[in-house]
Design a protein around this ligand. Structure first.
Ligand SMILES: C[C@@]1(CC(=O)O)C2=NC(=C\c3[nH]c(c(CCC(=O)O)c3CC(=O)O)Cc3[nH]c(c(CC(=O)O)c3CCC(=O)O)/C=C3\N/C(=C\2)[C@@H](CCC(=O)O)[C@]3(C)CC(=O)O)/[C@H]1CCC(=O)O
Ligand SMILES: NC(=O)c1ccc[n+]([C@@H]2O[C@H](COP(=O)([O-])OP(=O)(O)OC[C@H]3O[C@@H](n4cnc5c(N)ncnc54)[C@H](O)[C@@H]3O)[C@@H](O)[C@H]2O)c1
Length: 232
């Protein structure tokens, strides 16, 4: 398994099965892509207040928040799955029904068409072209994705909880160190010196602590670190 970050903007993700797992996957993708869930019934997490609003109110909300999850009420059997995939032409198909034959049909149809597929009902070995959804930890723009190669989802979750604490504040550090890097470039600081300065900033306890108090505290601490490097 090779980890990649995939830009799904403008793409469609089709989720078969609207239960606990299907709704978690749909919610996980709905900020990045157009998500369609095909299922005879839907978990309450998918039937958000947005779906109970009048159509015109919903359109206004969609325009403001980006696309919502589209719910399609149907229970295709294994033979009918192919037609649904062709209809939506997704970049990724998620098999999350509680019917192994339907999940297998989703996988076969997707692989046949070169569409990525995520099977939620099997662990361990995968067919080429299939993907695992990792546990993710985010402190924008920093993202950590964690997988046990499909072997132990419970361990993936336990490790995620540890790493959550570990990367707290990394988003602010990414923003600050990215900005410093650009500034030093613009000032014509020699590449070796610039790299040394940025490396020290991201490793400095003082800067991490400063950022906890606020951006300008972090910046002040970073300036001290940078001065030390430039004055050597
Ligand atoms: C990371 C996470 C992301 C997400 O799902 O969004 C995720 N599972 C999570 C949690 C979780 N899932 C399960 C438990 C109960 C404990 C247990 O049974 O182990 C817990 C823990 C809990 O809930 O506490 C049950 C389970 N999961 C799968 C099966 C099928 C099977 O094993 O056959 C069964 C048994 C079903 C049954 O027997 O009924 C399969 C998959 N689950 C994966 C991902 C993929 C492998 C990821 C990897 O490489 O590690 C994979 C292979 C497919 C996929 O979905 O891509 C999410 C973390 C959420 C978080 O971070 O909070
Ligand atoms: N990946 C994971 O983290 C994880 C966790 C738990 C369970 N699972 C596995 O994922 C599967 C789904 O689990 P769940 O807890 O969401 O089950 P669930 O019973 O809550 O949901 C299954 C959904 O599939 C729908 N469905 C049934 N037949 C369908 C069809 N022909 N077409 C479309 N939708 C159909 C049902 O109406 C239901 O909404 C199970 O097979 C389970 O083994 C995976």
């Amino acid at each position: 398994m090779t980890p990649l970050y995939h830009d799904l903007s403008g793409e469609t993700v089709v989720v078969f099965g609207g239960g606990a797992v299907g709704s978690r996957k749909a919610k996980g993708f709905d900020e990045a892509a157009q998500v369609v869930v095909v299922s005879p019934e839907f978990d309450e997490r998918l039937r958000s207040p947005a779906d109970e609003r009048e159509a015109d109110e919903r359109e206004a909300a969609d325009a403001a928040d980006g696309p919502a999850v589209e719910l399609v009420r149907a229970a295709p059997d294994a033979d009918a799955v192919t037609d649904w995939i062709d209809r939506f032409d997704p970049a990724l198909a998620v098999a999350a029904t509680d019917d192994a034959a339907v999940n297998a049909a989703v996988e076969a149809a997707a692989l046949d068409r070169g569409i990525l597929v995520n099977r939620t009902d099997v662990s361990g070995g995968r067919d080429p072209g299939s993907v695992v959804v990792p546990a993710t930890i985010e402190d924008d723009p920093v993202t950590v994705a964690l997988s046990t190669g499909g072997t132990s989802p419970a361990l993936a979750k336990a490790l995620r909880e540890r790493i959550e604490a570990e990367i707290e504040g990394a988003g602010a550090m990414a923003a600050l160190s990215g900005e410093i890097r650009e500034e030093l470039k613009d000032e014509g600081v020699a590449p070796e010196t610039r790299r040394e300065a940025v490396r020290r900033v991201v490793r400095s306890r003082g800067v991490w602590k400063g950022l906890q108090k606020g951006r300008s505290n972090g910046r002040q601490e970073a300036d001290t670190v940078i001065e030390e490097v430039l004055n050597r």
